[in-house]
Design a protein around this ligand. Sequence first.
Ligand code: CLR
Length: 433
Amino acid sequence: MTDYSQSSTWTSFLKSMSSFSGDLSSLSAPPFILSPMSLSEFPQYWGCHQGLFLNIARINKENYHKLYPHAKTVDEARMLAVIKWFFATLHGQYSSRSEKGGFEKKPLNPFLGELFVGKWENEKLGDTTMLTEQVSHHPPINAYCLNNEKQDITLQGYSQIKSSFSKTLRLNVKQFGHSIIETSGGSFLVTVPALHLEGLLVASPHVELEDKSYIQSSSGLICVLEYSGKGYFSGQKNTVKAKVYSSMKSLKENATPLYVISGQWSGVTTIVAGNATGTNASKPTIFSDVSKIKVDPLVVKPVEDQHPLESRKAWYDVAKAIELGDMKLISQTKSKLENAQRQLRKEEKENKTHWKTRWFEKVDYNGAAKKNDPEDGNPIDGTYLSLVGMAGLSIKNVASGTKTGEKEDRLNKTADHWRFRKDLWEKDDEVIV
Ligand code: CLR
């Protein structure tokens, strides 16, 4: 592996971080740390373990005991299936790129309206399609929806980050947004954790997760996940402890969790069931080993067949330049794209129009109770409100997983969340998956 940490481009890049404005796109990093992949491709990590993802919908009264022998009810089994899938997505989202000598790179910053679409093909279980759209540029927000019709499962959500450098040159990232899973057997709200980048000084950045995230089931069951890294509670990187409670109320009352799953989210975790911390706790058994789960690659159309707004087509020249490591060509090709975007915004301003999103719409949940009319094209409103209420989480535009009553939640803030409009996608005959 090449050691870039002593190169002059890297040291001058580190220096530029001390004057960081909060806008990551303005950081001009040396070519070896640039990724040819746009952030709009990242939602594929939610679905790249198709078996685990679809199991959430396939668990039923007949099969749950075989799949999850610990589970007392089908709802508990479904929650365990969600956790198992979630660990696999964590590995994809946060450690797959920096494994095996690799390191985290700066992804391309999607332009407004950028699309990324693809599918996972599976004859037996049915295809899962994925749509993502960059719905905002300032601040950057990416919305996504994964759907498998045959198994009747949909995952939708959106992602936004706020980042800052600490004095020790650690990049701290707070995530905004969430995912919602809907199946005929129940729905889940999944919040996303805060993270930071370690290893910047040695030019080998990798992600470590921190703090907490939640998985709230419509059955009432809730899972709290606590993250820590090397030299914190344990000596291990990527440490996670997930506790499942029958409800938020029993969590608050400090009841004994139904299950405790712990280990490394990027590797092996074990489960302890039944009065998990008490005297009649079961022996820990292996819950999951992420390294043994195969990754299902997303199938994306060749660039020639893509719509001009599709990510890989739009970024084609830039990605080539990054692969060549040609700084001049990178900035030339990037400027071309950025100038075209600037021109579009200018024209919109002159014509007093604005960019219209394609498949997603912003829903204002501050007035949602009034507007919650299923006839109005947005049946998910009720699902989100009820899950977020059960979990005791804020509905506002605050860091993912913020509780109601916390300082941020008490501020006067918007509650705008991006939601998929299936009807708009069905009417779209320009973009095909
Ligand atoms: C995006 C949303 C995904 C989860 C996820 C994983 C890795 C994160 C990424 C998100 C946002 C961008 C990110 C990246 C790791 C590194 C990268 C924070 C949250 C930054 C922009 C890289 C900066 C590198 C320079 C400082 C060198 O669901």
